[in-house]
Design a protein around this ligand. Structure first.
Ligand code: CTP
Ligand code: CA
Ligand code: CA
Length: 602
């Protein structure tokens, strides 16, 4: 049932079930002239820009191929990227190479670059083999950095947050406000009472720059639109200026680097991301406030990030619901009674509310991980040394590259994580002492020491040992010799680990998948410095992820292949690269907290 999207202001939030309360605010001079348009500003303009078929585009540009050629990127016998021309042949990432070639005999197939032991750099080898090679995504990382550099050059006043290897959020609020005041001098004449509503907004010519999401998509599908267009608001004008800026950046990236991108422009990160896929490729879409209810209501809520897993499943079962609209009948009170206080974020996200900030994440204090799933498990510790060396050279190379932009970077800690067949994963870490030359050998010998302590030697390890996954990583990466300002920035940044923008306490952070509190492996003193805390958290996050991995496996029918842990919706605050593959771990007990408690009761 579709209820009117705007309700009277007199209704209290928690009694209102439909709850699209804030989509038509009265915009005043105070809103427009606020010194810092924060996450609650009704003038926010946020975009998400995602590169089209990114790895395929990187290979196409590297090989200087015609953009119209059907091309796929291969990793072992799977496809990891499919160009849009190849998609026209019905090829998708699900296909095996052989099937893809059958669908399109002229398909250009490029295998992703790989590392071999002993090589300082990855390469494009004729017959890479998962038993001896390890995937390298370095080329794609470098191209990604070039794209971000263009963003920063073209829109220096916007805040840019890299969200993954091929996407970035952009907060246009400040440059958009500047343009509004320039173009519409009447807005710059501030009346005595700042709370005076702004004059009516002018009509907007959207041109062919953007696809504009309609207010009533269902009615429009049925025939020529009978829905009267709502009067434009100043926020719509703001979105149209954001769209102009986005189009300009996309054009520059295409001209200079050869990549097409698709973008979504709306009032927050959640809606920007959702609308980015409205029209692809090489397109951008605008989701105005008035179009939010019509866009969200028919959507399958389990497609929403963080609602895809067991929380989404529980919501579906509890309320016999599948679309976002179905859940609009559930009041905030009711939801919180069943799913805990913190489920307010679910209630809000279903109404297009998201107050998370767009904020550039510093390279400092991050972790850097390299991992390999072992199709042929390691059964003797000495066999694993080969993989440690491969992972060590990848880490050394990546740290060297990171130093090109931030000189003097050095990790505080090195971590080794292994998973053994049916057993739970285990982590071991130690301080990574500074040495003048960062070579793969230095990293490798630190890794080997951890390996001997954790896995053992051929003489000490259990006979039936089977290591199915190895991860070597750096954590607490900081710039040595950075000035005081840098160090302070580093301390303030490192406390905001949680993805929902909620602060984490000193002893842990919340899992975005199940809401459980992830605690450091060992109790930390209350005045612990943030580097040590971050180092302790890396192992804890991996263990928690392993636990999810085990639960996911347990849920899957035996015939389907398990999803690798890196595809879980939880984003670790790190950049990792990992080969997809199989692994099995035993379930482990954890005390449930928050939303997880709900599941424990069932
Ligand atoms: N990727 C991957 N494994 C996944 C998802 C993505 O290796 N499970 C890689 C893809 O190879 C891709 C890049 O990450 O090129 C970005 O992913 P995504 O944006 O989801 O897909 P694209 O290939 O860029 O295609 P689209 O145009 O639909 O964004
Ligand atoms: Ca993409
Ligand atoms: Ca993407």
């Amino acid at each position: 049932m579709l209820s009117p999207s705007r309700k009277g202001k007199e209704k209290a939030v928690d009694n209102d079930v439909d709850g699209f309360l804030d989509i038509n605010p009265i915009l005043t001079y105070r809103h427009l002239h606020a010194k810092n348009p924060g996450v609650r500003s009704p003038f926010r303009v946020v975009a998400l820009c995602d590169s089209d078929a990114f790895y395929a585009a990187c290979e196409r540009v590297r090989l200087k191929l015609d953009p119209e050629l059907p091309l796929v990127v291969q990793q072992w016998d799977a496809l990891i990227a499919v160009s849009y021309p190849a998609r026209k042949f019905g090829i998708s990432r699900m296909d095996k190479i052989r099937d893809a070639k059958q669908k399109c005999p002229d398909l250009v197939v490029v295998h992703v670059a790989t590392f071999r032991e002993g090589d300082p750099e990855p390469g494009y080898w004729p017959n890479p083999n998962t038993l001896t090679h390890k995937v390298s995504l370095d080329h794609y990382r470098r191209e990604s950095a070039k794209i971000i550099a263009v963003f920063k050059e073209i829109i220096p006043e916007a805040e840019i947050e890299k969200a993954s290897i091929d996407e970035a959020f952009v907060d246009f609020s400040i440059p958009v406000r500047n343009t509004l005041l320039e173009r519409y001098p009447i807005l710059a004449e501030v009346p005595e009472d700042l709370d005076t509503p702004l004059p009516p907004a002018p009509a907007i010519d959207w041109g062919d720059l953007s696809a504009v999401v309609p207010v009533n998509p269902e009615a429009d599908e049925a025939g020529p639109s009978t829905t009267p267009e709502p009067a434009p608001t100043w926020h719509d004008v703001a979105l149209s200026i954001g769209a102009e800026l986005m189009a300009k950046v996309r054009k520059e990236v295409l001209e200079r680097l050869g990549y097409t991108m698709s973008a979504g422009i709306s009032r927050n990160k959640f809606l920007a991301k959702l609308s980015a896929s409205y029209k692809k490729p090489n397109s951008q879409s605008v989701l105005r406030n008035a179009a939010i209810p019509g866009y969200l209501r028919p959507m399958q809520f389990r497609k929403i990030r963080f609602l895809g897993g067991k929380l989404g499943k529980a919501l579906a079962e509890e309320y016999d619901a599948s679309t976002v609209g179905d859940l609009h009948t559930i009041s905030l009170d009711e939801m919180q009674r069943k799913f805990g206080e913190e489920s307010v974020w679910v209630w809000e996200v279903l109404r297009g509310i998201d107050r998370s900030e767009v904020k550039e994440k510093s390279v400092l204090n991050k972790s850097m991980l390299a991992s390999k799933n072992l199709p042929r498990p390691v059964t003797k510790p000495s066999e694993g040394i080969h993989w440690l060396r491969v992972l060590a050279s990848e880490l050394a190379l990546r740290l060297h590259e990171a130093r090109e932009t931030t000189p003097g970077l050095w990790p505080k800690t090195i971590v080794l994580h292994t998973r053994r067949g049916w057993q739970a994963g285990r982590s071991r870490q130690q301080a990574f002492p500074f040495s003048r030359n960062l070579t793969a050998d230095v990293v490798s010998s630190a890794g080997e020491k951890l390996w001997r302590e954790s896995v053992g030697t051929d003489a000490t390890a259990p006979k039936d040992m089977k290591v199915t996954h190895i991860m070597l990583g750096f954590s607490g990466i900081a710039a040595l010799g950075a000035g005081q300002a840098g160090i302070e920035g580093f301390f303030t940044n490192s406390n905001s680990n949680s993805t929902n923008g909620e602060p984490s306490d000193n002893q842990g952070e919340k899992c975005t998948r199940c809401g459980a509190q992830i605690k450091p492996l060992q109790e930390l003193p209350s005045d612990v410095d943030d580097e040590t805390r971050e180092a302790a958290m890396v192992g804890a996050r991996l263990e928690h992820e392993d636990w999810h991995f085990a639960k996911d496996l347990a849920r899957q029918p035996p015939t389907s292949s398990p999803s690798p842990p890196h595809s879980s919706p939880k984003k670790r605050k790190s950049s990792s690269s990992s080969d997809a593959g199989n692994g099995k771990v035993k379930k482990r007990k954890k005390e449930p907290v928050g939303i997880a408690k709900y599941f424990a009761k069932k």
